[in-house]
Write a protein that binds this ligand. Structure first.
Ligand SMILES: NC(=O)c1ccc[n+]([C@@H]2O[C@H](COP(=O)([O-])OP(=O)(O)OC[C@H]3O[C@@H](n4cnc5c(N)ncnc54)[C@H](OP(=O)(O)O)[C@@H]3O)[C@@H](O)[C@H]2O)c1
Length: 215
């Protein structure tokens, strides 16, 4: 697939690092440092474009920007963006990471959907970038769980496949409004990692008794 990533930081480059070797064609955009953007893209086997070019190029647009500059990034889309799936990776973090700026009577994902009427938004917050950039995405032999929310089941399936391609385990969490609860779960991980002393080699796992739910 053609994957256009807005935000070429820890997460954007970390996703590219997994997606390019799995055969995806990746374009990176949105950096204040064009030299670094070009160098990172070349090292990853990705191309570079403006935000508008990235959206036109992509089958799936990945939003991987700090929350406080996300509206700015989306304002660079041009007049009539084409219809696209938008994989929202953002955490609506305060700049000092002390909490969330949005929730739980709405979600970052729903606010993004309001800003992007051209997009089918799917929320799926990836594992910590330290894991994406580390030699293995597995901890104790297990993949990190990623909740996938969105109102279009086909779009959820597309993003779930990409989550699988980054060596994480997708969980279909249903409609976009469920992001009101998955986003705070990611905030909990941020707290545990950086305030609670656990560090970023942590993630979520969902335990389910499939035999009991089938009965
Ligand atoms: N880091 C994680 O472990 C993690 C995990 C899950 C989700 N997330 C979420 O994913 C999103 C991206 O996180 P990240 O860690 O990849 O962020 P990051 O490393 O800070 O990357 C931000 C990207 O946005 C670009 N940017 C352009 N203008 C900017 C500005 N005015 N201020 C800051 N950045 C600007 C940066 O470019 P230049 O710096 O090159 O200019 C960079 O390419 C955030 O919403 C975060 O909460 C992060």
């Amino acid at each position: 697939m053609k994957i256009g990533i807005i935000g070429a930081g820890n997460v954007g480059t970390g996703l590219a690092k997994h997606l390019v070797p799995r055969g995806h064609d990746v374009m990176l955009s949105f950096s204040r440092d064009v030299g670094k953007l070009n160098a990172d893209a070349a090292a990853l086997g990705a191309s570079v474009g403006t935000v508008a070019e990235t959206v036109h190029f992509a089958d799936v647009v990945v939003l991987a920007t700090p929350w406080t500059v996300t509206a700015d990034a989306l304002s660079q889309l041009g007049k009539t963006p084409p219809t696209r799936i938008l994989w929202d990776c953002t955490n609506a973090l305060k700049q000092d990471m002390s909490g969330l700026l949005v929730g739980t009577n709405t979600s970052g994902a729903e606010e993004i959907a309001r800003l992007t009427p051209w997009a089918t938004v799917v929320k799926a917050i990836p594992p910590f970038a330290e894991l994406l950039h580390s030699p293995s995405m597995l901890i104790g032999g297990k993949r990190m769980g990623v909740f996938v929310c969105g109102d279009d089941s086909d779009a959820r399936a597309v993003v779930a496949k990409l989550v699988n391609d980054i060596q994480a385990e997708p969980f279909d969490a249903g409609p976009l409004k469920l992001a009101r609860y998955t986003e705070p779960a990611s905030m909990l991980l941020v707290e545990l990692a950086y305030t609670g002393g656990l560090g970023p080699r942590i993630g979520l796992s969902l335990v389910r008794d499939t035999a009991a739910s089938a009965a």
